[in-house]
Design a protein around this ligand. Structure first.
Ligand code: MRU
Length: 378
C-alpha cells in the first residue's frame, strides 16, 4: 500500500494540493493558480501541518514569480516551472526585476500572515526571502534561485521524515500500542510524516504496532486524516473521542504517545495541536513515555520558553457547530485555541532527523542543534 501522499506539489505552473478538508470522503486534488487563493486554502486547512505549510508557502512564492513573468509576456501561455523539470525558457524583455522582487517579498509577507504558530512556515519563507534577495533584481537569477529553493525545501522533507522515522522506530517494539493526536503524517509534511513516520517505519521493520488516533476536535484531523493514512499503510488503527483517552491510560492500554509539533523552543517546551498537553499530563500520571517527533525546521531557538509561542485562536464557529449543524446557542462564547504548549519536563524525548534528545532541556537542545549544524559552534 502506498504510504507517500501527494500532499502539495508544484506542477506545470500551479500549486497542486490534496484538499484535506474533504478527506476521507473525497480524494480531490485542487490546482491553485493564484497566491491569494493559496493563502485562503492555508487559513481553512485545505493544506495544513507545520512542515507542509512551509512547502506550500515556498511553492506559493514560486507561483507568484511564475505569474509575474507570464503577465509580462505578449501572449501568456504555458508554464515556466514544473517540479522535476528545468525551467522553460522565457522572454525577460519588458520585465522589471526590482518590481518583481518587491512583489515576491510582498507575497512572502502575505503568506506569513496566514497562520501564526507553526514555525516551519516562517522558516521556509525566510529561506525563500534569502533566495529572492541574493538574486539582486536579476530576472534569470530570480527564476533559478527561487525555483531551486522551493523544490529543495520540498525535496528535503522526504529525506528528513525518513530519518525521523528511523530514529523514532528504535523506541518502539513489537506489539506496542501507540496513541497519537491530530495528524503528523505525510499529509502534514508533504513527505512521509513525523509522528506517523515513526509508526510507519516501526511497522515496515516488521513490528506489529496498533494505533489509537484521537479524533482531535474540532476539526477532526485525527479521525479524518491520521486514520486515513494508517489504513492506507495497513496499520491497525482505532479512532476515539478525545475525552476517551484518559480511560485507556487508566486501563493500562497505552504503551507510548507520539505526536508532532508546530514549534519547539530553546528549553524544549513544545506547541502542538490543542489536547497534546492533556496527553502529556496523562503520560506523567500513568508512567507512559511521551515522545514528540519533529524536524529541526520546527525548532525556534530564538524563544526561550513556551510562554513566548504565539497560539492561533480560531473561529468560534468551529466549536459551536458540527458538520454544519449548530451544537451550541449563538449567545454562548467559544474557546478555540488551535494549539497548546507542553512543558519540556513532561517530554520523554524529542525525536529529530539527527538524534533523539532525551529529557530535553536548554543545554541538551543547544548541543544537539550545534551537532546538527542548526546553531553555530560555541
Ligand atoms: O492545525 P493543524 O492541522 O495545521 O495542526 C497540525 C498539528 O498540530 C500537527 O501535529 C503538527 O503540525 C505537526 S505536523 C508534522
Amino acid at each position: 500500500m502506498d504510504t507517500i501522499v501527494r500532499t502539495v506539489d508544484y506542477i506545470k505552473g500551479k500549486v497542486v494540493i490534496i484538499d484535506q478538508t474533504l478527506l476521507p470522503a473525497e480524494e480531490k486534488y485542487v490546482e491553485i493558480g493564484d497566491t491569494a487563493e493559496l493563502a485562503a486554502a492555508i487559513r481553512i486547512l485545505k493544506v495544513r501541518g507545520a512542515p507542509a505549510l512551509g512547502v506550500a508557502a515556498a511553492h506559493g512564492i514560486l507561483l507568484e514569480l511564475e505569474n509575474e513573468i507570464l503577465a509580462g509576456q505578449d501572449d501568456p501561455h504555458g508554464y515556466i516551472f514544473d517540479h522535476g523539470d528545468t525551467a522553460a525558457a522565457f522572454d525577460a524583455s519588458g520585465l522589471d526585476g526590482a518590481v518583481i522582487t518587491a512583489k515576491l517579498l510582498e507575497t512572502a509577507d502575505m503568506l506569513a500572515a496566514t497562520r501564526p504558530t507553526a514555525v516551519n512556515l516562517f522558516w521556509a519563507i525566510e529561506r525563500m526571502r534569502k533566495a529572492i534577495k541574493r538574486s539582486g533584481n536579476d530576472i534569470s537569477l530570480l527564476a533559478a534561485n527561487v525555483s531551486t529553493e522551493a523544490f529543495a525545501i520540498h525535496d528535503g522533507e522526504l529525506e528528513t521524515d525518513r530519518r525521523i522515522g528511523e530514529n523514532g522506530a528504535a523506541l518502539l517494539s513489537d506489539g506496542m500500542v501507540v496513541l497519537t493526536h491530530c495528524n503528523a503524517g505525510g499529509l502534514a509534511t508533504a513527505g512521509y510524516g513525523t509522528a506517523l513516520a515513526v509508526i510507519k517505519t516501526a511497522h515496515e521493520q516488521g513490528n506489529a504496532i496498533s494505533v489509537f488516533a484521537d479524533e482531535t476536535r474540532p476539526l477532526l484531523q485525527g479521525a479524518r486524516l491520521t486514520a486515513w493514512e494508517m489504513t492506507r499503510a495497513g496499520i491497525d488503527v482505532t479512532v476515539l473521542c478525545d475525552n476517551a483517552a484518559a480511560s485507556l491510560f487508566a486501563a493500562g492500554r497505552i504503551d507510548a504517545v507520539v505526536t508532532g509539533a508546530d514549534r519547539i523552543v530553546l528549553n524544549g517546551d513544545s506547541a502542538n495541536k490543542i489536547g497534546t498537553l492533556g496527553l502529556a499530563v496523562l503520560c506523567e500520571k500513568y508512567g507512559v513515555p511521551m515522545y514528540i517527533a519533529a524536524p529541526w525546521s520546527t525548532f525556534d531557538l530564538t524563544i526561550e520558553n513556551g510562554s513566548g509561542i504565539p497560539i492561533e485562536e480560531r473561529d468560534p464557529g468551529e466549536v459551536k457547530s458540527f458538520a454544519g449543524i449548530k451544537t451550541a446557542p449563538d449567545e454562548a462564547k467559544a474557546y478555540n485555541p488551535a494549539f497548546d504548549v507542553t512543558p519540556a519536563e513532561l517530554l520523554t524525548a524529542i525525536i529529530t532527523e539527527t538524534c533523539v534528545i532525551e529529557r530535553p532541556d536548554v543545554e541538551k537542545i543547544r548541543t544537539a542543534a550545534r551537532e546538527a549544524g542548526v546553531l553555530e559552534p560555541e
